[in-house]
Write a protein of this length. Sequence first.
Length: 289
Amino acid sequence: MTVSDVSSKAPVWITGANGLIGNCLVQTAPKFAPNWRALTRADFDLLDFAAVERAFVKERPQLVVHCAAITVVSEAQKNPELTRRVNVEVTKHLAELAADIPFVFFSTDLVFDGRKGGYAETDATNPLHVYGETKVAAEEIVLKNPRHLVVRTSLNGGVSPSGNRAFNEQLRGSLQQAGRGMTLFTDEFRCPIPAVETARAVWELVGKSCAGLYHVAGAEKLSRWQIGQLLLPRWPEIKTEIKSGSAKDFPGPARALDTTLDISKVQKVLSRPLPKFSEWLATNLGEKF
Ligand SMILES: NC(=O)c1ccc[n+]([C@@H]2O[C@H](COP(=O)([O-])OP(=O)(O)OC[C@H]3O[C@@H](n4cnc5c(N)ncnc54)[C@H](OP(=O)(O)O)[C@@H]3O)[C@@H](O)[C@H]2O)c1
């Protein structure tokens, strides 16, 4: 499975290469793509459309894997206009440049309102916040091109270059700051997945020329509280107690309670199934999670 047959020399562009998933794709690229280009803000701001276009025309990538985005829900909520520009307009621009080649766009389980759970690709979206709204808008644009691929994923874990992008890094940081106790919700459910598994699945989808919409997430429904219970023993230096609570008592904006994803469509394509998060952790004890 490789993308080398698409064209021998043209690079694979990976945007957001300093982010969690982008970096994982870069780390795993040598196995799947002979020539790749890790694009970060140091290369250009993706909002600088002229610079992006110049580089695109010069380098003629054979595939664009677009990971860059404003990804923090609260940040998106505070900066809706910038979030629309980055998450929608930048995606539109790149998808247009990549009209004749494969293009991968990352979306989120937060396109759903979380009232049902177990969402399939055919279920209707109904985001509760700006972040999810921008992802729905970008998905619609990308899916107009039958060569293009949208990957909706859930909480991704791992080690990010900045040290604060993966959910496990954020949880660990919050627990360190929390002092005596921290509450995690028992009634908010996701399908966590190690970012390395997301990257593996994406390379395989690309290698098999898959297009359209796919859910790529862990094969296990876990509450925030359960995730905390699984991770805490890996951090013996942290003495903070994890208390159970309800997302319904959260004082901020309404939360999507169950955005778990049905992954049966992608499981039929992949050569190795996506893992249950608890089993993955148990068999990858040495991982810096
Ligand atoms: N990680 C998850 O749990 C998760 C879950 C669902 C969906 N997704 C989606 O998966 C994709 C990758 O997520 P991620 O977690 O890897 O994101 P991330 O760690 O937050 O990284 C996003 C990257 O995008 C870059 N970026 C943002 N705006 C930019 C701009 N205008 N020009 C150039 N670069 C820009 C950021 O650069 P700076 O660092 O310089 O700001 C950052 O490196 C995103 O589309 C996200 O919405 C992620």
